[in-house]
Design a protein around this ligand. Structure first.
Ligand code: UDX
Length: 435
């Protein structure tokens, strides 16, 4: 099928390459010429495992092309809208890019074509955009097909998702949209992926409520970490024990620095803002606590670092391992790790930071940190080591060797990812989260 993808960020670039991988003929559009040039040359503009391979395959097969010219989407049967919905100044989602993408697409849209929203939007957006699309091109239909991909697993999550959700209008237009999307995802559906057909508002809510639930789960365990820290209990053992209850489950119960990234933080804020607009703000009041618990983790680590440096941070050397909001990503948007590192610089520490992929992205927004190109260089002569992103490279560090590099053997394990016994045996004072 001829498909267009509008927006080539973390979501759109992966979606476009994955659609080509599924055998479709894809035209991918972005307003950023540099990004388009890099993608056209097979150079992924961000780190995402598996993306370079499927991108190269798609380019070699001739099934994908990248352009800044919206006119090239003409003739595609399905047009995916995959642009960003960043947090606006009030916490509500900024819909500028979604509105511009749809408005830019409409002049090239024909009867029988489908506009398929993938971006995370406040509930009600799809109905509004659907009305404007059918006003301009009565034979075209707008539907919503939210994306649930996790960074680091984005290719796998796009090609073999947990579920497909189609938000469609009722009637013949909706039926035709379901048939078109079934054709797009034929391979995925043949693998047995569950597919749910719902109305537009439900599809929008599925996405934001899934993220709200995941954020709540993480903040729940981090609240338990706060309690555990006071009473000397171990939150990891607690998570293991409650996780055996199938109704609870062990996933997303890792206490630590909490959630960051381009999705969970902004999505829970946008959801609260939208609920307030709809007059049901009270229903999501708990998300303010979820957000507050999450942000307290960062403050807690900064305080812990101050204590471990005997209250005198200025002039001390801090080695920071990890800057990305999670491993296998170079994304530092709302990253707890980068936030903590920057706060320590503000307090006068000399921070040497290393991330296997995110040094470049971090340096662009936090030039005040000193970036080094290895874990060894980051910890050398450090008065304190902070492990802030649980990359495998850090989990498998040899603590005895690290002990030989640092000035003082003190480590904060912000993600509870180190072998405590091994680090203690190597002479380190180890401070975990909620243990
Ligand atoms: C998330 C959702 O998982 C995905 O379905 C949605 O489409 C986009 O948002 P992503 O932002 O890529 O995906 O990351 P995710 O793996 O969900 O992790 C989010 C944050 O929570 C990370 O900062 C991670 O470190 C943190 N986290 C996750 C925890 O602190 N503890 C956990 O147990 C799990």
């Amino acid at each position: 099928m001829k498909i267009s993808v509008i927006g080539c960020g973390y979501l759109g670039a992966v979606h476009a390459a994955s659609m080509a991988k599924l055998g479709h003929d894809v035209v991918a559009v972005d307003v950023d010429p540099v990004k388009i040039e890099r993608l056209a040359a097979g150079d992924a503009p961000f780190f995402e495992p598996g993306l370079p391979e499927i991108l190269a395959e798609a380019i070699a097969s001739g099934r994908i092309r990248f352009t800044t010219d919206m006119a090239e989407v003409a003739g595609a049967r399905v047009h995916f809208v995959a642009v960003g919905t960043p947090q606006g100044p009030t916490g509500a989602a900024d819909l500028t890019y979604v509105d511009a993408a749809v408005a830019g697409l409409v002049p090239y849209l024909s009867d029988g074509e489908f506009v398929v929203g993938k971006s995370t939007v406040p509930v009600g957006t799809a109905a509004r955009l659907a009305a404007s699309v059918s006003e301009s091109v009565p034979g075209a239909t707008l539907v919503w097909n939210p994306e649930f991909l996790r960074e680091g697993f984005a290719v796998q999550d796009t090609i073999s998702p947990d579920r497909l959700v189609y938000g469609v209008p009722s009637g013949a237009a909706g039926d035709a949209a379901v048939a078109a999307l079934d054709e797009v995802y034929a391979t995925t559906l043949a693998d047995g992926t569950p597919r749910l057909v719902v109305d537009l508002a439900t599809a929008e809510l599925v996405k934001v409520s899934a993220n709200a639930f995941l954020a709540t789960k993480i903040s729940f365990i981090n609240a338990m970490a706060e309690i555990a820290e006071v009473v000397g209990a171990d939150v990891t053992a607690l998570a293991d024990a409650i996780g055996h209850d199938e109704r609870i489950g062990r996933k997303f119960l890792n206490a630590g620095l909490g959630f960051g990234g381009g999705c969970l933080p902004k999505d829970i804020r946008a959801f609260q803002a939208r609920a307030t607009e709809l007059g049901v703000g009270e229903s999501l009041d708990f998300l303010a606590d979820v957000d507050a618990i999450n942000l307290r983790r960062r403050a807690h680590v900064v305080t812990l670092a101050q204590d471990l440096l005997d209250g005198a941070v200025a002039g001390k050397r801090v080695g920071v391992l990890g800057l990305a909001f999670k491993p296998n990503s170079d994304d530092v948007r709302d990253s707890p790790a980068l936030d903590i590192a920057a706060r320590l610089v503000e307090l006068g520490a000399t921070v040497s930071a290393y991330d296997p992929q995110a040094n470049g992205t971090a340096a662009r927004i936090r030039p005040e940190l000193t970036y080094v190109d290895s874990a060894d260089a980051a910890v050398r002569d450090a008065d304190l080591v902070l492990v802030l992103t649980e990359w495998n490279e850090f989990r498998t560090l040899d603590p005895a060797r690290v002990a030989g590099l640092v000035a003082r053997p003190v480590v904060v394990d912000g993600r509870n990812c180190l072998d405590r016994d091994a680090w203690t045996a190597a002479g380190f004072t180890v401070r975990g989260m909620g243990r």
